[in-house]
Design a protein around this ligand. Structure first.
Ligand SMILES: [Zn+2]
Length: 85
């Protein structure tokens, strides 16, 4: 069971599975051993290649609703995948 490294919640969803959309690669998908995860309990984003990732659900409207309720944002994601400057 994967747990958030910050709040220890097990309510974790996969935002990008086995890869990333690097800004250094023209935002094209690039395969990686690592998947991008986000904690729906506290909003913490991180990357992992642990076997437990396979059992995690993909990001969903339900996950996003819990994430927004927990983090208190109206829209958008935190973390490295945003265009925020
Ligand atoms: Zn957390």
């Amino acid at each position: 069971m994967m747990k958030c490294p910050r709040c220890k919640s097990t309510d974790v969803a996969v935002t990008v599975r086995n890869g990333n959309y690097s800004k250094f690669n023209g935002r094209r998908f690039q395969y990686s051993d690592y998947s991008a995860l986000t904690c729906c309990g506290c909003g913490w984003p991180w990357r992992s290649k642990a076997k437990g990732v396979l059992a995690l659900p993909d990001w969903s409207p339900e996950a996003e609703a819990r994430y927004r309720a927990a983090v208190g944002v109206e829209s958008g994601m935190q973390g490295e995948e945003t265009d925020a400057v």
